[in-house]
Design a protein around this ligand. Structure first.
Ligand code: HEM
Length: 457
């Protein structure tokens, strides 16, 4: 709980939460931007029942409560049908949207390509992508801000394209962006979606629309899958996925199942890391002492060279900066809503059968019972000594339990390589007068981009 060095200004995005629920006609606790509607008590008590236009839901902010929902009694808390159908329309039976035996088998099949030895094999390609990206910032005008959030999306798209397909991300990224924009528009949910007859009809129309907007991306991915040779021990993630077999059943995945996983990985795996990196640059620009300490570590450990996977364990402060940025600005600030199949008790609060459960990293990471000075940027919180007494489930940027993010190790490797490479060469300053605001639509990014001036160190 102890954390030191409180420096810097108050940070973007935190305004006092409302004491009472805010109702908006036609919206269920505004799914596009739910965070500002979570009431103050959720940050102060372990579990809070909050009303919404749809009925009550329970915000579980306490680490013990998170453990109950995500691990100890996980079978009682599946994702809601609505969430699975919305994700399913985009990702088919990918890991984010599947459930039951299909999910279990696919998770086992996909574990090896995401395990640390496989991830280490993608690291040289990642380092190359960041090295190539530097040409872009080398040409950045000295007095004109550039959109760093957009640049991070470009870079992470390239990195995930190389890791998954061993291919250049630019063309694929453009197709992907069009599909995601169309799908995002089609997933806007309103109160009408919960009405008995109209709701299912709207859902069917929505699924059809999403299939249409993804047709172009699907065609590209189908070609890439068709031409790929299986390669269990090497190659890109796609080759490994095609070759992978379930250790229990000996079965692999069909072409359609591989497609669903690839789309899931592609979408889940680049916007999140891009958002995290945008917040890292923003926070460093506001905290010169932390930035200086980061520079000192990078100069001492790397001395100007590109980081390799073997360097990462020696970059302790670099890791702490990334971890603290994800505490304050979790790229996935809320997880999928869960539903209680049976009545239960969480941290002494009775949960009725059928209750909706919200576990939000945003709330848990700013919880008054578990974090000192929750609104300040203090990477030292994540030093071994300071983290030692902290509850394990107080920090959940990647979720927790069996459905923890499968890409966590890949994401950490990627973010550390990006930060260690670029911070050796550049300093970033927020464009004068620019006010950073939050934009939360599944991921949480700076609203309207992040204009910053890039200069060489
Ligand atoms: C900073 C980066 C990332 C963050 C913060 C993040 C966060 C999360 C969270 C919170 C969940 C759990 C959601 C829930 O329980 O409702 C999740 C699941 C998942 N993530 Fe990530 N993620 C990141 C990067 C990645 C990457 C790089 C990949 C793939 C390359 C990925 C693939 C997935 C998949 C497939 C799942 C579903 C796992 C399952 O249900 O079995 N994520 N992620």
């Amino acid at each position: 709980m102890d954390a030191r060095v409180s420096e810097g200004p108050s940070l973007a995005g935190w305004s006092p939460p409302p004491a009472k629920p805010v109702f908006r006609l036609g919206r269920i606790h505004d799914p596009q931007n739910p965070l500002p509607q979570i009431i103050q008590a959720a940050y102060e008590k372990p579990v809070v029942r909050q009303s919404s236009a749809l009925g009550a839901f329970y915000v579980v902010g306490d680490p013990d409560g998170v453990k109950r929902v995500f691990l100890d009694n996980v079978a009682n808390y599946p994702k809601t049908d609505m969430e699975r159908r919305l994700f399913g329309a985009i990702f088919g039976n990918g890991l984010l949207s599947s459930d039951g035996e299909t999910w279990r088998s696919h998770r086992r099949i996909m574990a090896p390509p995401f395990a640390p030895p496989s991830v280490a094999a993608y690291a040289p390609g990642m380092a190359q992508d960041v090295a190539d990206f530097q040409a872009r910032w080398d040409q950045a005008p000295a007095d004109q801000p550039i959109d760093v959030a957009r640049d991070m999306t470009r870079l992470t798209l390239q990195m995930i394209s190389r890791a998954v397909f061993a291919t250049d991300g630019v063309a694929l990224g453009e197709v992907m962006e069009r599909s995601i924009a169309g799908a995002t528009a089609a997933t806007q949910v309103g109160l009408a979606d919960f009405l008995p007859v109209l709701g299912p009809l709207r859902m069917t129309a929505r699924e059809k629309r999403i299939a249409e907007v993804f047709a172009e991306f699907d065609a590209v991915v189908a070609d890439l899958i068709a031409e790929r040779e299986p390669s269990p021990g090497g190659g890109d993630l796609l080759s490994r996925l095609i070759a992978a077999r379930d250790a229990e059943t000996g079965c692999g995945m069909t072409a359609q199942e591989v497609r669903d996983q690839v789309v899931t990985i592609f979408v889940a795996g680049h916007e999140t890391t891009a958002a995290a990196m945008a917040w890292v640059w923003y926070l460093l620009s506001q905290h010169p002492q932390a930035e200086a300490r980061l520079h000192a570590e990078l100069d001492a450990v790397l001395g100007g060279r590109s980081p390799a996977a073997g360097d990462l364990p020696n970059l302790g402060y670099t890791r702490m900066v990334v971890e603290e940025a994800m505490r304050l600005y979790p790229p996935a600030p809320g997880t999928s809503t869960r539903i209680a199949l049976q009545a239960d008790e969480i941290c002494g609060v009775k949960i009725p059968k059928g209750a909706l459960i919200c576990v939000a990293p945003w709330v848990t990471h700013r919880h008054r019972l578990h974090w000192d000075r929750p609104e300040t940027f203090e990477p030292e919180r994540f030093s071994k000594e300071n983290a030692a007494g902290r509850a394990r489930f107080a920090y959940i940027p990647f979720g927790a339990g069996p459905r923890v993010c499968i890409g966590a190790s890949l994401a950490m490797t990627e973010m550390m390589i990006v930060l260690a490479t670029l911070a050796q060469r550049y300093r970033l300053a927020l464009a004068p007068g620019h006010e950073v605001e939050l934009f939360h639509q599944v991921t949480m990014r700076p609203k309207g981009g992040l204009p910053m001036i890039v200069s060489r160190r």
